[in-house]
Design a protein around this ligand. Structure first.
Ligand code: SAH
Length: 404
C-alpha cells in the first residue's frame, strides 16, 4: 500500500476531520500510487491519520475513513464491507427523514462528504439508483458500490445506473462511459412523485443524475406563495418550480431554459400534472437564453420570479466573472419584478460562499434603487446533509426577497 507522509503541522485539519488533503500538504509519497488507489495518510511522525482516495490535482487525497476499522484490499480498493457500512448509514438517515414516503419517491441517498463518501452522489428515482462519481477512486469502485446499494436497499432498488462520464476526472486515464452496473432497467425513465407533484426523470438524457432533488424544499415554498401570481421561472430545467406553481394555483407561469431537451421534458411534465400541454393556457414554455429573455420582459409583468442558474463558478479562478454574472442577473430580475413581488434567487456554486452571494445580490438590489427586504434565507434539503467538518458542503444558497 502507498503511504503519503504529510508535512509537519499539516495534519491539523485532518485531526479536525476535514476530508480533503491538498497536494501542498504532502511531504512525500512512497511509490507511485495509481489514480483512485486507496492510500494510507500518516503524520510527519508517521502516525496513522486516514485512508483515502488518491488523485493527481489540487486535492491529492479525499478521506474515506479516519479509523482502521476497514483496510483496503490488495487491489487498492476499499472492501465491500466498507461500502455496505457507509451505504447502510446513509440509508438509516433517510429512514429517519422518512424517505421514501407516500408523496415522495425520489431522494438523495448519498451526498458526498455529507455521508462520509467524498466524491460520490447517489440519487434514488423510485426503484432505480443513479450514481455519480466525481473522483477516480469512486469511479473504479462503482461495481462494489452498486453491490452494496443492492444489498442494503433490498427490494427498494432494482437497478443501479452509473452516470459519471461527465463528472469523473478526464485526465485520470479511465475509460469513462455511462451505463447500468446491474441488470439494466427496462427503461431509462421513471415518472416520480415529489410532494405529490409528478415528474418524468430520464437519467440517460438528463442533466446531473436526471433531476435537481436539491430544490425540493424550495419548490414547496414557491408553491405556497404561487396562488394567483404571475410566475417567471428562469433556468427552469424540466419545470420543477413551474409544476409546483401550476399545481398550487398560479394564474400564469412562463418557464425558460436554453436546453431543448429540458424544455421538451418540461412540456411533458406540465401535461402529466395538468392534463394539457399548456395547463389550459396558464403555461408557456420558452427555449431561450434566460438573460436575453429577461431583457425583453416589460416592467411589472411578473410578480413572482425564480432565478436558479447553473453553477457560474465551477472553480475558484472563475469567481470574479461568476460574481459579475450573478450581479447582472439579479439586478435585471429585481429591476423588472412587479411591486410587491417575490424573488427566489439561488447560487449552487460551491466556490461562492453564502456571505459573498448575499453581498452580490444586495449590491444588485442597490443598483436598481428599489426597496428590497429579505424574507428568508434558503438552502438545500435534509437529504443533502452537510458534515460539520466540511462546511463547503453547504453549497445551495438562496434568498427570498420582497421587492416593493
Ligand atoms: N430550477 C431547476 C434546476 C436548474 S439547473 C429545477 O428545479 O429543476 C440550471 C438550468 O439552467 C439547466 O436546465 C440548464 O439547461 C439551464 N441553463 C444554463 N445556461 C442557461 C442560459 N444561459 N439560459 C437559460 N438556461 C440556461
Amino acid at each position: 500500500m502507498t503511504t503519503i507522509v504529510l508535512k509537519k503541522g499539516r495534519e491539523e485539519s485532518l485531526l479536525r476531520f476535514h476530508p480533503w488533503i491538498f497536494s501542498g500538504a504532502v511531504a512525500s509519497v512512497s511509490g507511485t500510487p495509481y489514480e483512485g488507489e486507496v492510500v494510507e495518510v500518516v503524520s510527519s511522525e508517521h502516525k496513522f491519520l486516514a485512508y483515502g482516495h488518491y488523485q493527481k490535482g489540487s486535492i491529492a487525497v479525499r478521506v474515506l475513513t479516519f479509523s482502521q476499522d476497514y483496510h483496503p484490499s490488495t487491489d487498492g480498493r476499499m472492501p465491500l464491507e466498507f461500502w455496505e457500512d457507509r451505504i447502510s448509514r446513509a440509508l438509516a438517515l433517510r429512514r429517519v427523514l422518512e424517505f421514501p414516503s407516500h408523496g415522495t419517491d425520489c431522494f438523495r441517498l448519498v451526498h458526498g462528504e455529507g455521508d462520509s463518501l467524498p466524491g460520490l452522489v447517489v440519487d434514488i428515482y423510485k426503484d432505480v439508483a443513479v450514481l455519480q462519481a466525481h473522483s477516480a477512486g469512486m469511479y473504479i469502485s462503482v461495481d462494489l458500490i452498486a453491490e452494496a446499494i443492492m444489498r442494503c436497499c433490498g427490494d427498494m432498488v432494482k437497478a443501479v445506473y452509473n452516470k459519471s462520464a461527465a463528472t469523473a476526472p478526464h485526465k485520470a486515464g479511465l475509460d469513462l462511459v455511462d451505463g447500468y452496473v446491474t441488470t439494466p432497467s427496462e427503461s431509462d425513465e421513471r415518472a416520480v412523485s415529489e410532494n405529490g407533484n409528478l415528474f418524468y426523470v430520464n437519467w440517460a438524457s438528463g442533466q446531473k443524475t436526471g433531476f435537481f432533488l436539491d430544490q425540493r424544499d424550495n419548490r414547496e415554498l414557491v408553491g405556497e406563495y404561487s396562488k394567483g401570481r404571475k410566475v417567471l421561472n428562469l433556468f427552469c430545467y424540466t419545470g420543477g418550480f413551474s409544476v409546483y406553481a401550476l399545481n398550487c394555483g398560479a394564474s400564469s407561469v412562463v418557464s425558460v431554459d436554453s436546453s431543448a431537451v429540458a424544455v421538451e421534458m418540461l412540456r411533458r411534465n406540465v401535461m402529466l400534472n395538468t392534463g394539457s400541454e399548456d395547463a389550459a393556457g396558464r403555461h408557456t414554455a420558452v427555449c431561450a437564453d434566460a438573460l436575453d429573455y429577461l431583457r425583453d420582459v416589460s416592467d411589472g409583468r411578473f410578480d413572482l420570479m425564480v432565478v436558479d442558474p447553473p453553477a457560474f463558478a465551477k472553480h475558484r479562478d472563475a469567481l470574479d466573472n461568476a460574481l459579475r454574472a450573478y450581479r447582472r442577473l439579479n439586478a435585471s430580475a429585481i429591476g423588472k419584478i412587479a411591486s410587491g413581488g417575490l424573488l427566489f434567487t439561488y447560487s449552487c456554486s460551491q466556490a461562492v460562499d453564502r456571505r459573498t452571494f448575499e453581498l452580490t445580490v444586495f449590491s444588485a438590489a442597490a443598483q436598481t434603487g428599489r426597496r428590497v427586504r429579505i424574507l428568508r434565507r434558503l438552502t438545500q434539503p435534509a437529504d443533502h446533509p452537510v458534515s460539520i467538518y466540511h462546511p463547503e458542503g453547504d453549497y445551495l444558497k438562496g434568498l427570498l426577497l420582497y421587492v416593493e
